[in-house]
Design a protein around this ligand. Structure first.
Ligand code: AMP
Length: 688
């Protein structure tokens, strides 16, 4: 086990030197994280020079005024790195600044009459800024970095990247392929456990149809949803892990703080789908863990240097312009500032439609006229289909180059902001027959992976990425702030569990699925991993919707949570990395805490369940009395009222005795059996 204190390891950061944006990250024992300063983590890869040829702005301020200074604002210089002037002819139409031939016919930029800069120098300015960001965040001098490059970069382009680092005062200890970095961020290729074939078959089935085999079981009644829309449950059933959970509550002895040497030789084939704003790359990699480290073989790459989210923005702008022309009955030559405003507006609309079913467009055309229309997700998807198909065609080409069929790809990783588009995820999933990895922020995943590589080179314990058991139980929030655990700690991965829930409120159309991690019984004592909404459930009486929640933790420790309302087939899902940011020590602490608080937690959970049940029962009693009240004699009415009053008191008391509460609830339920029978009889006679 690596026991060297973190301070004694060399400090190696990871840098994603991107075409549009750049990021710096660092990885310690608790995993990788993006380093930020007061301007956040993201640094636009843009540098502006002034008329004297001095650097005038870097990053966001440079990008924000690019339109005003088109010839001195340098962006996308990554496209020029290490390239000859002849290689970049195709790029020239896209770059408003002057690209000229330098020494040995290399591509350079003429920023002023007297100043010519190399792409390496411009990249160095970006790298220096990232170095400063990292130093501010860590409070230490940063001298070493892992820097990522596209898989297709040739030796000259890689050397140019190293040179940029050197100019920035950084020792580039390793150049890593961007797709490999993305895979490392997900812990792929690092001591991966070979999944049990039977178990894997079950998981594959789940991934493909989005439902679980346990779904065929008879659903049990119950569960409610609170006012805030949280799914609730007080009986558990239909839970299934793929393997026998490990016994005992302690840490699995096989999980150690060092690379698992038994797993050396593990081998996985990964497709990395990287769709950003302006470029698209797909890479097929073979990752192999050897004693020398991870060996990544780039089996094939494909892509399109001018395919990205910007195209979708343009499609929306064209639609708007066309419709405005129809509305005003004339072609309008919009000025650049208006076109720029349309672009921002179109991008916001596109982003909104990644999470909503429709977006409203409204543009003031002056003279009291407005352009107005709503655009649905379906409409946008129809517009985007040929665009997504271009990316899919590249994937097919990469597979062909690799002489592979999609089923030979073990995992698909999504990188780049445009992979947040649901249609993109759907089509990629369909092509490869698997749910693509989206748990990590697609803008950050490359930098995070570079940091992981940095931590491996620095010899930092990477415990958190090597767990082959689920370290802490996983569950969801239920009514009243309790946690329903679906997968228990120490279950070996991969693992799967399904439970059924329902709504609590009448006619409820949305439920929030809040995912939690921890051994404690209440939400407030567990760690929130994320949440998502299941929307569009048709209005039904409380308790009728059958909401099936499935947890799947795959062999890489990535958790897929899906929720399906079975009557309407409405579905939603989210992906999370459960152990992200937790050290072995933190897991141990949380486990110890759960044992210390076991009794009080159980009581608190029991009280929540009792309260939920009591409210449900009292509501039913009220309905039954309304129905058959006339048939009840005064003495029976009185008896029911007394029993209800006792239960109500327990509901209202802050910390009632759980046993006494239980007894009172039982007494109320027993006393109202006759009432329930009368109500059923009445219902049956009404139906006849
Ligand atoms: P990148 O080059 O990776 O930073 O990706 C930037 C692209 O991702 C831009 O075209 C953004 O408009 C797009 N993008 C970011 N977030 C979303 C989202 N939620 N839905 C659709 N596109 C997005």
């Amino acid at each position: 086990m690596s026991s060297t204190p973190i301070n004694e390891h060399p400090l190696i950061v990871g840098i994603d030197l991107g075409t549009t944006n750049s990021l710096v990250a660092w990885c310690d024992e608790s995993g990788p994280r993006i380093l930020e300063d007061e301007n956040g983590g993201n640094l636009p890869s843009v540098v502006r020079y002034d008329e004297q040829g001095n650097v005038a702005a870097i990053g966001k301020p440079a990008r924000d005024h690019a339109v005003e200074f088109p010839t001195t604002t340098l962006f996308s210089v990554k496209r020029l790195m290490g390239r000859g002037i002849a290689d970049v002819q195709n790029e020239l139409n896209y770059l408003p600044y002057a690209v000229v031939a330098g020494e040995h016919n290399t591509a350079r930029v003429q920023v002023t009459e007297n100043k010519v800069v190399s792409p390496q120098e411009v990249s160095a300015i970006i790298l220096r800024e990232l170095k400063a960001k990292a130093e501010k965040a860590l409070g230490k001098t940063v001298e070493k970095a892992v820097v990522t490059v596209p898989a297709y970069f040739d030796d000259a382009q890689r050397q140019a990247t190293r040179d940029a680092g050197r100019i920035a005062g950084l020792d580039v200890v390793r150049i890593v392929n961007e797709p490999t970095a993305a895979a490392l961020a997900y812990g792929l290729g690092v001591g991966e456990a070979e999944p049990d074939p039977g178990k894997q078959a079950m998981l594959d089935e789940l991934e493909q149809d989005g439902t679980s085999d346990t779904a065929k079981n008879e659903p049990k009644p119950l569960a409610q949803l609170n006012e805030a829309g949280t799914v609730s449950l007080n009986t558990k059933f239909n839970t299934e892990a793929c393997t026998t959970p490990g016994s005992g509550s302690g840490a699995d002895p096989n999980v150690t703080g060092e690379l698992d040497h038994d797993a050396f030789g593990s081998n996985s084939t990964v497709a990395v789908f990287d769709l950003g704003g302006g470029t698209f790359d797909v890479s097929i990699l073979n990752l192999q863990q050897t004693e020398q480290g991870i060996v990544d073989q780039v089996v094939a790459t494909s892509g399109d240097t001018h395919l990205g989210g910007d195209d979708v923005d343009r499609m929306i702008v064209e639609l708007i312009q066309k419709e405005i022309a129809v509305q005003l009955d004339q072609e309008i030559d919009f000025p650049p500032s208006t076109r720029q405003a349309f672009r921002s507006f179109a991008e916001a609309t596109k982003i909104r439609l990644s999470n909503s079913e429709y977006a409203q467009l409204e543009i003031d055309l002056g003279e009291g006229r407005t352009y107005q229309r709503s655009i649905t997700k379906d409409e946008l998807e129809e517009m985007m289909t040929p665009w997504v198909d271009r990316a899919i065609a590249c994937c097919k080409e990469a597979l062909k180059k690799a002489d592979m069929t999609p089923d030979l790809i073990d995992r698909v990783i999504m990188v780049g902001g445009s992979t947040r588009i649901p249609l993109v995820r759907k089509k990629v999933g369909e092509l490869f027959g698997t749910v693509p990895y989206t748990a990590l922020n697609p803008d950050e995943v490359v930098a995070l992976g570079a940091a992981v590589q940095g931590s491996i080179l620095a010899g930092i314990n990477r415990d958190m990425l090597l767990l082959d058991v689920i370290p802490l139980s996983l569950g969801i929030e239920t009514l009243g702030g309790a946690v329903a655990k679906l997968i228990m700690s120490n279950t070996t991965i991969p693992a799967k569990a399904t439970e059924q829930f329902t709504t609590h409120a009448e006619g409820q159309t949305n439920v929030k699925i809040h995912i939690l991690q921890g051994e404690r019984e209440l939400v407030k004592d567990c760690r929130s991993l994320g949440e998502f909404d299941l929307t569009g459930i048709p209005p039904m009486p409380a308790g009728l919707p059958k909401i099936e929640v499935t947890f799947l933790v795959d062999a890489n420790g990535v958790l897929n949570v899906s929720a399906v309302e079975k009557r309407s087939e409405k579905a939603a899902r989210v992906q999370i990395i459960p152990n992200h940011g937790l050290t072995r020590e933190e897991v141990d602490r949380m486990e110890t805490e759960s044992m210390t608080h076991a009794r009080e937690d159980m009581t608190a959970h029991q009280l929540i369940d009792l309260r939920n049940q009591a409210r449900l029962d009292m509501r039913a009693i009220e309905r039954q009395i309304n129905k058959v009240g006339d048939e009840l004699d005064d003495a029976y009415r009185q008896e029911i009222a007394e029993k209800v009053a006792i239960v109500q008191k327990f509901v209202d008391t802050e910390n009632p005795d759980a046993n006494a509460f239980h007894v009172a609830l039982d007494a109320m339920d027993k006393a109202t059996i006759r009432l329930a029978e009368l109500a059923i009889k009445q219902t049956l006679s009404e139906e006849q």
